[in-house]
Ligand binder design. Structure first.
Ligand code: CTP
Length: 418
């Protein structure tokens, strides 16, 4: 991956280092960003200087490190407001509990916090701290406040900590931070001005007041797709079945439970949409006659009659003024053949297929996909769902733009004359 900004110059990353032991990993992050073609300006807090020297960062970034708001020689070369404008992206790694608190409260008592207030570039935090400091309600509330303002979080990861404890609070690995930040930046503007509707998660179909039919979908992929479309500049509506993950900030989330409710929500929000991405694992069946009372175990065997639920994606595909349609196919065998058949029968512009079963796909943090469209395909190798979603959005945006450029009709079946 080469880190080239929309203006065809290297991406400029302002890398803030605050004072935590994980700062010993940050020179590696600088090296990886530089390796991928980015220009990196390091800014250290006084606390960070207690862990790593500025010389180390100067050597790996190839630029003098900034540490002080009151350094008149450095300010004369590039003032702090100029530096805030210079950045395409601001990354704070590690972000300590103290730095997160200062950022949440808008303090500007050192160079790095001042730059964060003065920049219009997207800010990403890679928190690192003891697990109890991370789970403390004060830190959690600061983090939620920052997320609601559009600041992105990478991690923290779960694992062994420098203090000898184990839990959430480790800084995410430098390679993952570098990949995520640069791929996010390269998406910027790819979907600006577009409205994108995404479905995610499972649906629940009632059997009786305490039981339901559902599936193992966690919603992680659909949520990551919604966040990536938002990062690409789209206005995103996320229609979600019941999941246990936080809503992606900056998107409109509509919570539903059943396939019918999902269809109703999608029908009203798809009006005026440019792209519809169906990542939900919709229950194909529901109880034909849900019981109003709890079913008692009075018989040795029990049969429940099932009826089909509506096909959300299929219904949108048959509607007038349909948007550009992207479906998902989770297959246990014959992935390519089944996915292509699904794309054809559902009249989709694209389909993202993956193999499931044997621990693959559902409820995992990593996944791989193959994306198909008429006359083309692209493999997206195994990586985190967040990274995969960004790559998928990149492919969708490209294909959408190519099709719009040649003025192809919306329904691919009309195009091939069926
Ligand atoms: N889908 C939908 N509404 C449904 C069923 C599926 O919107 N009632 C969407 C999914 O979100 C996904 C695609 O359709 O994008 C999956 O197609 P489908 O043929 O329904 O997949 P499966 O349910 O896996 O089909 P099968 O069981 O026949 O393999």
């Amino acid at each position: 991956m080469s880190a080239v900004s929309p203006e065809s110059r290297p991406q400029r990353v302002l890398l803030g280092v605050s004072g935590g032991i994980a700062a010993y990993k940050t020179p590696d992050l600088v090296r990886r960003l530089v390796e991928r073609g980015a220009e990196v300006q390091v800014v250290m807090t006084p606390g960070a200087l207690e862990f790593v020297t500025a010389h180390t960062f100067q050597a790996v970034s190839g630029r003098p490190v900034r540490t002080d708001l009151w350094d008149s020689a450095a300010e004369a070369a590039m003032g702090h407001i100029e530096l805030a404008r210079w950045a395409d992206a601001v990354v704070i790694a590690p972000a300590t509990a103290d730095f997160i608190a200062r950022l949440a409260h808008g303090l500007a008592d050192d160079l790095l916090s001042t730059l964060c207030l003065a920049t219009s570039a997207p800010i990403t935090l890679a928190p690192a701290m003891n697990r109890l400091m991370w789970s403390n309600p004060a830190t959690q509330s600061n983090v939620r406040l920052l997320e609601s303002r559009g600041i992105a979080l990478l991690g923290p990861a779960v694992g062994e900590q420098a203090c000898g404890e184990t839990g959430a609070g480790r800084m995410m690995e430098p390679r993952e931070i570098a990949d995520t930040v640069l791929s996010r930046q390269s998406l910027a503007g790819a979907m600006s001005g577009l409205k994108v509707v995404v479905t995610a998660g499972p649906t629940r179909e009632r059997i009786d007041p305490v039981r339901f039919l559902s599936n193992r979908s966690s919603g992680k992929m659909g949520y990551a797709v919604a966040a990536a479309a938002r990062d690409a500049g789209a206005k995103v509506v996320l229609v979600s079945g019941p999941v246990n993950i936080p809503p992606p900030p900056g998107t409109t989330v509509v919570n539903v439970e059943t396939a019918e409710q999902m269809l109703d929500a999608v029908r009203s929000h798809v009006i005026g949409a440019d792209i519809f991405i169906a990542a939900a694992a919709v229950s194909d069946y529901k109880a034909a006659q849900p019981s109003s009372k709890k079913i008692k175990k009075t018989q040795d065997a029990l049969s429940i009659a099932l009826a089909r639920t509506p096909d959300v994606l299929g219904t949108v595909a048959r509607s007038d003024n349909r948007p550009f349609l992207v479906g998902f196919a989770a297959e246990t065998e014959d992935v390519e053949r089944n996915a292509l058949a699904k794309m054809e029968s559902k009249r989709l512009e694209m389909i993202a297929a993956n193999r499931v079963g044997d621990g693959l796909g559902f409820d995992q943090d990593d996944n791989a996909l193959t994306v198909y469209w008429q006359g083309g395909k692209q493999e997206l190798a195994l990586t985190s769902k967040a990274d995969l979603a960004r790559q998928l959005i990149g492919v969708v945006a490209k294909r959408y733009a190519e099709r719009a450029a040649v003025g192809e009709p919306r329904d691919p079946v009309t195009r091939v004359g069926n």
